[in-house]
Design a protein around this ligand. Structure first.
Ligand code: ADE
Length: 222
């Protein structure tokens, strides 16, 4: 899978070299390319934004600059993701769907967002364009949101996770979440004992206890 991001802050993405994603790149499972939006801006000031038509606060990112950056990297097989707090909410099902893609391009907007014609234009070209939000809060820009999505999507690609059983275990659960409480040694920490059933070696009872705890926890955290 090829993952690309267009941003005015390419350095944000430096952390993708670490840990599992760094290894996945070295192993050739994924390829990551980060593009500096400002390289596609014209004029002395290399300006990427302008005031909004219709007035109002803030600045809007210019369609021409985005078009120049996106044209060379998009094709009919691309998934273009435009990060915006007004987008469709990202979840595990969307991560699953996107983990099948050949190429995903993340457009990281700043300020009040990207000129809406960018979405319209590429949709009219037959490219899959999704406006996506990672949650009901407003970030300074789409960079962190793109990294959240990249981490959630790439760990679903076969070979990316060190232990493939982790994925298999998640998939037993409808939402793909591991919800029961976990414990490791020592059995007593600061006077708190690990639940006895987990030390019993009775796998049937352990599975039952975990299922009950997962439901209880999900209800408490609603
Ligand atoms: N840009 C600003 N806030 C965002 C959010 N919640 N999700 C995606 N992109 C964003």
């Amino acid at each position: 899978m090829k993952l690309e991001a267009v941003t005015i802050f390419p350095e944000y993405f430096d952390s993708l070299k670490l840990s599992l994603l760094g290894k996945a790149q070295s192993a050739g499972l994924i390829e990551i390319a980060i593009h500096d939006l400002r390289a596609f801006a014209d004029g002395n000031h290399k300006s990427v934004d302008d005031t909004p038509y219709g007035g109002g606060a803030g600045m809007v990112m210019k369609a021409e600059v985005w078009g120049a950056a996106l044209d060379p990297i998009l094709s009919s097989k691309s998934e273009l993701i435009i990060l915006t707090p007004a987008g469709k909410k990202f979840n595990q099902a969307m991560a699953q769907e996107l983990s099948q893609a050949e190429q995903i391009v993340f457009a990281c907007g700043r300020y009040e967002g990207i000129d809406s014609r960018v979405t319209d234009h590429y949709r009219a070209q037959g490219i899959s364009v999704r406006e996506v939000s990672i949650g009901d809060y407003v970030l300074g820009g789409g960079e962190v949101a793109a990294m959240v999505m990249i981490e959630a999507i790439t760990r679903l690609i076969p070979g990316v996770l060190g232990n493939p059983e982790s994925l298999a275990e998640e998939s037993h659960n409808e939402d793909g979440f591991l919800e029961y409480p976990n414990y490791t040694k020592p059995a007593n920490w600061r006077g708190i004992e690990v639940p006895e059933v987990l030390l019993s070696g009775n796998h049937g009872e352990i599975a039952k206890w975990r299922a009950t705890q997962a439901i209880k926890r999900a209800q408490e955290n609603q």
